[in-house]
Design a protein around this ligand. Structure first.
Ligand SMILES: NC(=O)c1ccc[n+]([C@@H]2O[C@H](COP(=O)([O-])OP(=O)(O)OC[C@H]3O[C@@H](n4cnc5c(N)ncnc54)[C@H](O)[C@@H]3O)[C@@H](O)[C@H]2O)c1
Length: 254
């Protein structure tokens, strides 16, 4: 069977460690024949990523702290140096102050609110703008969201509001970039025990509840998110844009 991403080059952001959703996506992309460019937050993270991605076809690593307009702008030139088109961008990052994920939402202050929006939502717009010029054969941009965008999930708070903005940005980007044959979608993943998720109080209880109540009676596997990202980046997903695909063992029904 031919590999689904043979000959394609994908930019993947958001690997922090082996539990990161971006790591599962990178493994799935590698299995399907893609060449991978990884972006990283800082030099410390670069070292950690290098230690766990030796088996992956990583062709370049580029610094991209999305709080820096300069680093995002520099992404375009760094990618141009590869001398080939980019086919996919995976936006798989988010951040909010831990204190904003525990106290009552009404206590959220301007600074923490804007920080969550800037890193978790605006960064999709900025990264898309930086990478789209390299998508000369068309392409696929995929971001990661969570159902806390539309439903109140205890303690998700400011991140839920950021995910709502992220999903809306995804739709506007799909409209803007569609004529350039660039599709933009989101995967709404079920709760997974990653470093970011551990910052949300009560994540273990949420996972137990998922096992008991989800239609599939189990939690989401990171590899399932990876496979869905492959689908979206591949030719199989050619008709899909502006969509949110739920990969959550069916929890969106409840
Ligand atoms: N884990 C879950 O339950 C879950 C569910 C649905 C969606 N998501 C989403 O999946 C995505 C990946 O999160 P994860 O759960 O794999 O956690 P993770 O902690 O492994 O990944 C988050 C990544 O965001 C990066 N990041 C934070 N601030 C950054 C900045 N300023 N510049 C660049 N990178 C920055 C971190 O370095 C890290 O690599 C996030 O958007 C998250 O909201 C997670």
């Amino acid at each position: 069977m031919p590999k689904l991403l043979e000959g394609k080059t994908a930019v993947i952001s958001g690997i922090a460690n082996k539990w990161s959703i971006a790591y599962a996506i990178a493994e799935a992309f590698a299995r399907e024949g893609a060449s991978i460019v990884l972006t990283y937050l800082n030099e410390k993270q670069k070292d950690s990523i290098e230690a766990i991605t030796g088996h992956l076809p990583v062709v370049k690593m580029i610094p991209c702290n999305v709080s820096s307009d300069e680093e995002i702008a520099a992404l375009t030139e760094s990618l141009r140096e590869l001398g080939k088109p980019i086919d996919a961008l995976i936006h798989c990052l988010a951040f909010a102050n831990t204190e904003d994920l525990g106290r009552p939402f009404v206590e959220t202050q301007r600074e923490g609110y804007l920080l969550a929006q800037s890193i978790s939502s605006y960064s999709l717009v900025a990264m898309s703008r930086a990478v789209a010029p390299l998508m000369t054969n068309g392409g696929s941009i995929t971001t990661l969201t969570y159902i806390g965008s539309t439903r109140v999930m205890p303690n998700y708070n400011v991140m839920g509001v950021a995910k709502a903005a992220l999903e809306s940005a995804m739709r506007y980007l799909a409209y803007d970039l569609g004529p350039r044959k660039i599709r933009v979608n989101a995967i709404s993943a079920g709760a997974l025990k990653t470093a970011s998720a551990r910052a949300v109080k009560g994540i273990s209880i949420m996972l137990e509840a998922t096992k008991l109540n989800s239609p599939l009676r189990r939690v989401t596997e990171p590899a399932e998110v990876g496979d869905t990202a492959v689908f979206l980046a591949s030719d199989l997903g050619r008709g899909v844009t502006g969509n949110i695909l739920f990969v959550d063992a069916g929890m969106q029904l409840l």
